[in-house]
Write a protein that binds this ligand. Structure first.
Ligand SMILES: *Cc1c(COP(=O)(O)O)cnc(C)c1O
Length: 416
């Protein structure tokens, strides 16, 4: 076991599994000026979100922004949102001059807790934003009926949840609106881009982004994303990742932080402000890139679930490792793998030295962030999750050797 650990392991945290041709054929098309981004987009989703509009957008977060604009909320209205979350979601709510009300998450799934939700609803509540975090389905039946009863809008953050189901129905089809992300860290990726799924009663949203095709910066951005995504390939990762990180840190010292942000995108950045003009814009080549990935998504998810089961069977008996439930409210897409440990940072430091990608504070208890201190609200489960959750590698091409090495590393370093 320990000889295996002496060698650098080179296990990326995530790998898109795209064959070379799927990058380069489509990237070639990114040079072309395309005026009609929605060609063929609708057809990608055959029957998945019945009766909803599916609108391509620059980034997943744009979908929430447009939904907030279209849903007629007034400054001061309350938006209930899971405390354990991606801070950008809360930033958008605050930037729209709405009031985020932090709701705690479930111990088991880390998704929005329905009892805490019911407790925090007031006469000013207008919207609930549910995140299917780590691809775990939230309890949509219960949450949906609370919203119906209290006449509150419901929005689903499905950035992690493509292919996740609740009662055999895809998440994203329960709320008034939903966002999906096709960023490089997501399960299905177009190197950027996202989607707004929304009820047909929301008009004037089709083609909302068609006016803004700025070529050069869009191409540079897409190319650098392609580079970052490609270097996550197992076998390439070992040396490129270190090189890339060094370059990124060097550039950051000279004031260029875009590359660093690409490599570690989820860090809390209190200076971040959303702009509708940010992001390379959705382009037609992205639809071409998504198509084969969506066709193989079912197989991809089955394979990932098998691998996760295998890993969890091995980790189950290790004292000090707590597994997180995924399927409490449906079937997870296994897009992420997280465990709870006492000291995730210590473990992460060791793992990065060994060559195992991992992330200790990828998502945060936003109710405790300085930038949202006006809205702070103690949520005990989110507070604990922030301190103890560690994200570990999972991808469909993970070899038995890598699985065994990962599990040995967890066993070996759990007590440090
Ligand atoms: C990635 C992500 C988003 C937004 O995706 P972008 O495409 O980067 O805007 C939203 N919510 C969660 C939880 C995410 O992880």
């Amino acid at each position: 076991m320990s000889t295996q650990l002496k060698r650098r392991l080179r296990i990326p945290i995530h790998y898109l599994g795209l064959p070379f041709r799927e990058y380069f054929f489509f990237l070639f098309h990114s040079f072309k000026q395309v005026r009609q981004p929605s060609v063929g987009f609708e057809a990608l989703w055959q029957g998945q979100f019945p009766g909803r509009q599916k609108i391509p957008v620059s980034l997943g977060r744009h979908a929430l922004w447009y939904f907030l604009e279209a849903s007629g909320l007034e400054p001061g209205d309350e938006v209930l949102v899971a405390a354990y979350n991606y801070y950008v979601i809360v930033r958008l709510i605050v930037q729209k001059r709405l009031v985020p009300v932090f709701v705690d998450v479930e111990e088991k799934t880390l998704c929005l807790d329905k009892s805490d939700l019911a407790r925090k609803i007031t006469s000013k509540s207008r919207l609930v934003v549910v995140t299917h975090i780590y691809g775990h389905p939230a309890d949509m039946t219960a949450i949906h009926s609370i919203c119906q009863e209290r006449k509150i809008l419901l929005f689903e953050d499905c950035a992690h949840g493509i292919g996740t189901t609740h009662r055999d129905r895809c998440v994203g089809s329960f709320g008034d609106g939903a966002l999906f992300s096709f960023g490089i860290n997501k399960l299905v990726s177009a190197l950027g881009g996202g989607m707004l799924v929304v009820q047909p009663t929301y008009t004037n949203l089709t083609g909302i982004e068609e006016k803004r095709w700025n070529s050069l910066s869009a191409i540079v951005s897409v190319m650098s994303r392609a580079l970052v995504a490609y270097q996550m390939k197992p076998g390439v990762y070992g040396w490129t990742n270190e090189l890339a990180l060094n370059v990124a840190v060097y550039l950051e010292r000279w004031g260029f932080d875009w590359f660093r942000n690409l490599l570690t995108p989820m860090k809390d950045n209190s200076r971040y402000r959303f702009s509708v003009y940010h992001g390379p814009g959705y382009r037609n080549f992205m639809t071409n890139m998504l198509k084969p990935q969506i066709e193989r998504l079912g197989d991809q998810i089955n394979r990932r679930r098998e691998i996760l089961k295998n890993i969890e069977d091995r980790l189950e008996s290790i004292v000090g490792v707590e597994l997180v439930e995924r399927d409490t409210h449906g079937r997870s897409n296994a897009s992420y793998f997280v465990i709870r440990v006492a000291r995730p940072e210590t473990m992460a430091r060791k793992f990065l030295q060994l060559g195992i990608g991992c992330h200790p504070h990828e998502f945060l208890d936003c109710s405790q962030l300085r930038q949202f201190s006006d809205f702070s609200n103690y949520c005990p489960v989110a507070f604990e999750a922030d301190k103890h959750v560690l994200r570990l590698p999972i991808y469909a091409e993970m070899k038995d050797e890598a699985i065994a090495a990962l599990c040995s590393a967890v066993a070996e370093h759990i007590d440090e």
